[in-house]
Design a protein around this ligand. Structure first.
Ligand code: SF4
Length: 353
C-alpha cells in the first residue's frame, strides 16, 4: 500500500524529469544500446557487486568480442572467462554464457520479453528481469536493488528491515505500484540513479534531490536512520556517577519526575544536591549497565552528610532519606539497582556510612 499522502504521479514526473536532465552518460545508455535487451542484460549483470567505473571498459570490450547473443553463445568458455577476468564473481560470466546458449537454442537468438521466459534463464533473477523488461521492452515491471531499496525506504519512511522477507515484499509492492506504464524504464533507472548519485548511504545530497519535498525521512529527520538494514547502530559508552550520601543509617535518594524517561523510579543523585554539605566521596563500586543503545559505566561514591537539606526539584521530584531496607523495596533505575546489589552487605550492616 502507498501508506501516505504521497502522490505516485508526482513522484514519477519529478524523477523522470530529473533523470532526463541529470543522468550520467554511460555506454549502455547511449543510442541503440538503450533498447537492446542483450546490452541491458550484460550491463546489469556486470554492474552487480561492481562499480560503474570498473564496469565501463569491460562492457566495451565485451561488446567488441561478443556483440550479440549469438556471438556469445558461440564463444568458447575460456574466451568468455578471459573477457571477464578481473571483474570477479565468475559465476556471472558462466551464467551469461549458458543463458546465451539457451536463448539461441530455445528462443531463436531473441532475448525473451516475458518475466517467466527471463526467469527461466541461468543467472537472471527478479531484479535483472525487471531491468530488461522495463528498460529494453518498455514494460511496466518493477525492480528493487540496494539503491532502490534505500531510496524507497527513505522516500516513504519505511522502518522495516529492508533485508527481511516482509521488508522486501513491501518494497517490491511499492515499486510495482509506482512504476508507470509510460517510460517505465526511465522511471526505474531514475530510482537507481538517484540512489547511486544523491540518495547515497552516507551524506545524501537532499538539497539537490528532485523529491525532497515529498520525502518522509527528510521531513521526519530520519534520513541517517534509514534504511533499516537490521544492523544495530554502534553503541555509545556513557560514564556516570552516583553519590551515596549517608546520614546516620540513611542514604539520600530521589524520585524521578513522573512522565519523563524512567519517571517515578528512584535513584541516587549524581551530584551533591543544592543545600547539602557532605564529605568528598570514596569510590565503592563500578557497575555496567546497558540501556537502549548506550553502555553505561557508573561509579558509585560514598560520602558523609555534614549538614543541610536538599533544595529544589531539579531532575528529582522528591527527596528522601532511605533506610537500606527501603532500597530493596523501592523501584530503582537499573544501574543503581546493581549498585545496591553490589553493596548489599554494606547497606545491610550500615558499613556504607
Ligand atoms: S530527500 Fe534525501 S533522503 Fe529523501 S529521497 Fe531525496 S536524497 Fe534521499
Amino acid at each position: 500500500m502507498l501508506n501516505t499522502d504521497l502522490n505516485p504521479a508526482e513522484i514519477q514526473k519529478r524523477l523522470v524529469c530529473w533523470f532526463d536532465r541529470h543522468a550520467r552518460k554511460l555506454p549502455w545508455r547511449s543510442g541503440a544500446a538503450r533498447r537492446d535487451p542483450y546490452r541491458v542484460w550484460v550491463s546489469e549483470i556486470m554492474l552487480q557487486q561492481t562499480q560503474v567505473a570498473t564496469v565501463i571498459p569491460y562492457y566495451r570490450r565485451w561488446l567488441r568480442l561478443f556483440p550479440n547473443v549469438t556471438a556469445l553463445a558461440g564463444a568458447k568458455p575460456a574466451a568468455v572467462l578471459k573477457a571477464w577476468e578481473g571483474l570477479g564473481y565468475y559465476s556471472r560470466a558462466r551464467n551469461l554464457h549458458a543463458a546465451a546458449r539457451e536463448v539461441v537454442r530455445r528462443h531463436g537468438g531473441r532475448v525473451p520479453a516475458t518475466r517467466d521466459g527471463l526467469l527461466a534463464l541461468p543467472g537472471i533473477g527478479r531484479y535483472t528481469a525487471g531491468a530488461i523488461l522495463s528498460i529494453a521492452f518498455g514494460q511496466p515491471e518493477p525492480l528493487v536493488d540496494g539503491n532502490v531499496a534505500r531510496v524507497l525506504a527513505r522516500l516513504f519512511g519505511i522502518r522495516q528491515n529492508v533485508k527481511s522477507g516482509t521488508g522486501q515484499a513491501r518494497l517490491w509492492k511499492l515499486a510495482s505500484l509506482l512504476v508507470p506504464p509510460k517510460r517505465p524504464g526511465a522511471f526505474n533507472e531514475s530510482l537507481m540513479e538517484l540512489g547511486a548519485t544523491l540518495c547515497k548511504p552516507q551524506n545524501p545530497r537532499c538539497d539537490s534531490c528532485p523529491v525532497r519535498q515529498l520525502c518522509v525521512a527528510l521531513r521526519r529527520r530520519a534520513v541517517d536512520r534509514l534504511p533499516n538494514t537490521g544492523k544495530r547502530p554502534q553503541s555509545r559508552l556513557v560514564r556516570q556517577r552516583a553519590l551515596l550520601i549517608w546520614r546516620g543509617g540513611r542514604v539520600l535518594i530521589r524520585q524521578r519526575k513522573a512522565g519523563g524517561l524512567l519517571g517515578d523510579f528512584w535513584e541516587f543523585p549524581d551530584t551533591v544536591p543544592a543545600g547539602v554539605r557532605c564529605s568528598s566521596g570514596r569510590r565503592i563500586a563500578t557497575v555496567r549497565h546497558g540501556v537502549m543503545n548506550d553502555r553505561l559505566v557508573v561509579d558509585a561514591f560514598v560520602c558523609r552528610w555534614q549538614g543541610g537539606t536538599p533544595k529544589g526539584q531539579g531532575r528529582g521530584a522528591r527527596w528522601r532519606w532511605a533506610r537500606p531496607s527501603d532500597l530493596r523495596r523501592l523501584p530503582f533505575i537499573g544501574a543503581h539497582r546493581k549498585i545496591i546489589a553490589a553493596n548489599v552487605s554494606g547497606f545491610a550492616s550500615g558499613r556504607g556510612q
